[in-house]
Design a protein around this ligand. Structure first.
Ligand SMILES: [Zn+2]
Length: 84
């Protein structure tokens, strides 16, 4: 299974991918800055990373990639249920 959505923030990085069949690509999420395979390996670290990221204002790691109609709440809805 290919995971296009960040486990931490839900950002969709298609056509790149964060995980494929439980193997991480070590890609850095342009939104929350999490590195797949490192920061999102365990549910505890996912939740911790997300809490800290949101508490600091949910700032973009790479602001050049912010979509024009970006809404944090809508994106968080795209986090797969098992990583919430
Ligand atoms: Zn992310």
């Amino acid at each position: 299974m290919i995971e296009y959505n960040c486990r931490v923030c839900g950002f969709n990085i298609f056509p790149d991918e964060f995980w494929e069949d439980e193997s991480p690509t070590y890609l850095i999420c342009p939104c929350c800055g999490c590195e797949s395979g490192n920061d999102d390996y365990k549910i505890d670290s996912i939740k911790q990373y997300r809490d800290i990221w949101i508490s600091k204002g949910a700032k973009w790691f790479n602001p050049k990639e912010i979509p024009e109609d970006w809404h944090l709440e809508e994106q968080l809805e795209k986090i797969p249920t098992k990583f919430r």
